[in-house]
Design a protein around this ligand. Structure first.
Ligand code: HT7
Ligand code: ZN
Length: 844
């Protein structure tokens, strides 16, 4: 297995002046004819001419019209080429129907579609499949299917033929083709400069009533990118296609975004509020890539965070603007801690810009995406909003049409602000989550905060340098008034102190406001101080964080010192629920407890071996205590947050439903599920139907509702994914593996469909105590299925194998069982490169 290094980067031997492709579609014998205009790259004269190509049957190849017999290998083609410009032509045959990996050209429910990022185009034809080779494409599609789509603007079309011309040079990973019996939900958008753009969402017949929300989200995204980043759309048409079989969420192909149907189709009856928000965010994300990714792309795959970190940052800003800044920040930090911190603290830790890889598909990670976005957030905080805007304008102006690097990105900030970002760039090169510890000292009206930073070793990086950490701090006085507004302390040393003078009393500090840097803040604080911040902090993130810290401390004390439930925490929660000035969405977040996985990592960090079953039990006990403590309040809050009238997916009603759902979870622990059953029966939207079902499953009830849900939704594949996921995800730990195994025998368990596979098996791996059940049944079941899936779909298998990345946290018995299963995967004959790299890194 070959490792690719960033340091080995070399330009391609040639430029491409234009590409013409003809597709004659057939399920097992698609013919792809290519005509590529090459011109030598004077900066890479020593590079041999090599075209990527995998699983292709070469029918013929010509250079300048003369037939050639190129040298073929498993990875591509070499040939003797003229010293000047030349035309390379090839005809290849491929089999979309048997392509279960869902990379390249494949079929899903009778429809043809492509997925070329990162290296799928080489499964379509011979080509320099690397992001720094950009070209304009003309595509002709020949098929009897009614809808034939590709990138760019439509050209001439006739019965069974469609031509598309993309005037914007692009790398091959942004190529797309779709052909199928599809229905369009159409609309239009006029850009700020007055250009009319036709908009379409193409779906399978029957799904047309689930497109309106996505279309609205697309138009909101287009307006937002014009207003906030000054970016207009640049083609006559923007198409989105929904596909059922898809490895990830969606793909930003130029002018032809392809979406996992779960990330675009929405209706109140079938989608939860969380689905609506996610769909809006993903549509925005893919649309925003048109500038951050497509117009400015990446020089090589090591620069992936250049487009992904920035585009995640932009979609987070968008969702904040559309909904609530406070709630979105809390949600994003929960996700970051749950996915990225876990990655950064385990065997898969890698820098935001990795320096080597075996399989690039394995680096579409929370670190590249979510930490990549956090790094941009820090940059914005350090330079300020004005300079951020000026730097971005310069980025678009300077690099439009480029395949750029992180150095290019940082240089625009240096040139805009005059700052030296050498130390800041360590956020891109050093893996691991910094631990930031702080102690306060007060005397004579001066308050001093002493900070220390340290980052634990990560694979291949034993020693870390200090980083620039923007620490947002505000100070409150004991009445709860803010005596110092938020300021940004810029920490650059391993140890550094900051003073605040002219204070009359010892303040209560609110540190790392809005989670101003992706670090673990270690701060000794009393329960009283945390409860004070939960009640008074003017920074909504830190207000929530104080409650989260209280919950964690309570759980850790229960688990390590057999402590009773902390009544200060219960009182603080009651105060949050009683506070009518608070956003219900915030109250719902404050009621939610940390995940089992979060507690396991917290214990491990404190030198305690986590017992998954004990964690599950502690969380159950705490939830029960909260329910009892708040019991007088719960019915009133439940009733007060009832939403009348027609369903709206907007933030305010969704927030009320979220609070109602959180309260219902507590009520269910007191009334045996009566209220949940009533909500289930009355629900006219999926949010409330699913909430009620989940509440019942959590208290080990709900079998009648599960059966009626199945009958009601048997024909809706996206809703049935929820049905599968809920059962494996919420099963009691001892039964989780058995229940999941039963689900895999269900007639509707189509294991080759990634959504269904992830719902059932991913539900189990997300059910921490169930997956880690002491008898190893969870480990074994998941391994059996990963081995089976790998032969069909390496990408999804490799991603799901990360469930085992926490093995080092657990006791010897669990460690032994997990290692045994990882080795079983590793020893599987013909294991994919994707999964092999992943399990090898996990084993360490
Ligand atoms: N840029 C895309 C990343 C991606 C992908 C998407 C779907 C299927 C396979 C994929 N491999 C890589 C999605 C995004 O970040 O917007
Ligand atoms: Zn993206």
């Amino acid at each position: 297995e070959q490792t690719i290094y960033l340091s080995d980067y070399k330009e391609f031997s040639h430029f491409i002046d234009g590409v013409e492709l003809t597709f004659q579609l057939s399920p097992t014998k698609t013919r792809v004819k290519s005509k590529i205009h090459f011109r030598p790259n004077p900066k890479a004269p020593e590079q041999a001419f090599f075209l990527h190509g995998e699983h292709l049957k070469l029918i013929s190849a010509h250079i300048d019209g003369v037939k050639i017999s190129p040298t073929l290998t498993e990875t591509g083609l070499t040939a003797e080429v003229p010293t000047g410009p030349f035309i390379f032509e090839a005809e290849v045959e491929i089999s979309p129907e048997t392509n279960t990996a869902l990379e390249g050209l494949y079929m899903s429910n009778g429809m043809y579609c492509t997925q070329c990022e990162a290296e799928g185009f080489r499964k379509i034809t011979y080509y320099p499949d690397r992001p720094d080779v950009m070209a304009t494409f003309k595509v002709r599609v020949e098929s009897a299917l009614p809808v034939l789509l590709s990138n760019g603007n439509p050209g001439t079309s006739d019965e069974g033929i469609a031509e598309w011309h993309d005037p914007w040079p692009k790398p091959a990973y942004l190529f797309a083709l779709v052909a199928g019996d599809l229905i369009a939900h159409s609309d239009s958008f006029t850009t700020k400069s007055g250009k009319d753009v036709a908009l379409n969402i193409y779906v399978r017949p029957g799904d047309e009533d689930k497109c309106a929300f996505g279309m609205g989200a697309l138009k909101r995204s287009m307006t937002w990118d014009e207003d906030v980043y000054g970016r207009e759309y640049d083609l006559d048409i923007f198409n989105i296609v929904a596909v059922d079989d898809f490895n990830m969420g969606a793909m930003e192909n130029k002018g032809l975004n392809i979406f996992n149907s779960s990330c675009v189709l929405a209706s109140p009856e079938t989608s939860t509020d969380a689905n609506f928000e996610r769909i809006e965010g993903i549509i925005a994300h893919e649309y925003f890539h048109n500038w951050t990714g497509n117009r400015i792309t990446c020089r090589d795959w090591f620069q992936l965070c250049l487009k992904e970190g920035l585009t995640v940052f932009r979609d987070q800003q968008f969702t904040s603007d559309m909904r609530s800044h406070a709630v979105k920040r809390i949600d994003d930090v929960i996700t970051l801690r749950g996915r990225q911190f876990r990655e950064d603290n385990g065997p898969l830790a890698h820098p935001v810009r990795p320096e080597s890889f075996v399989e690039i598909n394995n680096f579409y990670t929370a670190t590249v995406y979510d930490k990549g976005a956090e790094v941009i957030g820090m940059l914005k905080r350090l330079v300020g909003d004005e300079d951020y805007k000026r730097a971005l304008d310069l980025y678009f102006e300077r690099h439009d049409g480029d395949a750029a690097t992180i150095e290019d990105w940082l240089k625009v900030f240096e040139d805009t602000t005059g700052r030296d970002l050498t130390q800041f760039s360590k956020w891109y090169s050093q893996a691991g989550t910094p631990r930031l510890s702080v102690a306060g000292e007060f005397s004579d009206g001066t308050y001093i905060l002493h900070f220390k930073q340290a980052t634990p070793p990560t694979p291949g990086q034993p020693v870390k340098d200090p980083r620039v950490i923007p620490i947002a701090v505000g100070l409150l006085n004991p009445n709860g008034d803010e005596v110092r507004e938020t300021c940004i302390l810029e920490m650059t040393e391993a140890e550094q102190s900051f003073r605040f003078t002219g204070l009359s009393t010892k303040p209560i500090p609110s540190i790392l406001r809005a989670f101003s840097a992706p670090v673990i803040l270690e701060r000794q604080s009393s329960t009283k101080e945390r409860a004070f911040l939960l009640a008074h902090d003017t920074d909504p993130f830190n207000k929530w964080e104080a409650g989260r810290a209280l919950a964690k401390e309570t759980l850790v004390a229960m688990l390590t010192a057999d402590a009773p439930v902390n009544s200060d925490f219960l009182d603080a929660l009651a105060a949050v629920l009683r506070d009518e000035n608070l956003d219900p969405a915030f109250q719902a977040l404050a009621l939610a407890l940390p995940s089992q996985d979060d507690i396991a990592q917290t214990l491990f960090d404190a030198g305690v071996t986590p017992d998954p079953m004990a964690i599950y039990t502690a969380l159950e006990t705490l939830s029960q205590s909260i329910a009892q403590h708040l019991q007088d309040l719960l019915p009133r809050i439940y009733a007060a947050n009832h939403v009348d009238g027609p369903f709206s997916s907007e933030a305010a009603p969704a927030g009320k439903r979220a609070l109602q759902g959180a309260v219902l979870g507590l009520i269910s622990r007191l009334d045996g599920g009566d209220q949940a059953r009533a909500q289930y029966a009355a629900a006219d939207n999926m949010t409330q139907q699913l909430q009620a079902l989940a509440c019942l499953l959590r208290i080990d009830r709900g079998q009648t509702e599960l059966a009626s849900f199945e009958t009601q939704w048997a024909q809706d594949r996206l809703v049935m994914d929820k049905w599968f996921g809920l059962q494996s995800g919420l099963a009691a730990p001892q039964k989780a593996a058995a229940i999941t195994e039963t689900l895999t025998k269900h007639a509707a368990f189509d294991w080759k469909n990634p959504n269904r596979f992830r719902a059932a098996l991913g539900g189990l791996t997300g059910n921490t105590a169930g997956f880690h059940a002491a008898d190893g049944a969870g480990y074994k079941l998941v391994t059996d299925w990963l081995i089976k899936l790998d032969a069909a779909n390496p990408q999804t298998t490799a991603r799901m194998s990360t469930a085992f990345d926490s093995w080092r946290r657990y006791d010897a018995s669990r460690q032994g069982q997990m290692i045994e299963q990882l080795k079983r995967i590793q020893a599987t004959p013909n294991l994919s490169r994707d999964t092999h790299e992943m399990v090898t890194r996990i084993l360490g």
